[in-house]
Write a protein that binds this ligand. Structure first.
Ligand SMILES: [Zn+2]
Length: 99
């Protein structure tokens, strides 16, 4: 699945206050499969950011290569199949050429 194209530094993040951003860093996905996939990505040096309450995605994962050509993953809030989505996240992490 190809994620929708969004520019680095999504608008959803620029609207956050510092406190909200700090709180969101600690946020956990409500689905355990996806939460595990997020932890897997983090263990490979990826960084998770959470989108705002009105965003259609739960958040984003950014690969360790923090540049324009770095990898990023859009994390869905309520995917039709959380297990498939979690597997896609892990696969993308495994495919990242920057780790
Ligand atoms: Zn990468």
């Amino acid at each position: 699945m190809t994620p929708p194209t969004l520019a680095r530094g999504d608008v959803v993040l620029t609207r956050f206050s510092f406190t909200e951003a700090a709180k969101n860093i600690m946020a956990e996905h409500s689905n355990k499969h996806i939460q595990e996939a997020i932890r897997y990505a983090e263990s490979h040096g990826w960084v998770v950011t959470q989108a705002g309450p009105r965003a259609h995605i739960w958040g984003m994962l950014w690969c360790p290569h923090h540049a324009r050509d770095g990898c990023r993953i859009h994390i869905m809030s309520t995917p039709r199949s959380p297990e498939n989505h979690a597997r896609d996240i892990r696969r993308t992490v495994d495919r990242c050429p920057h780790t």
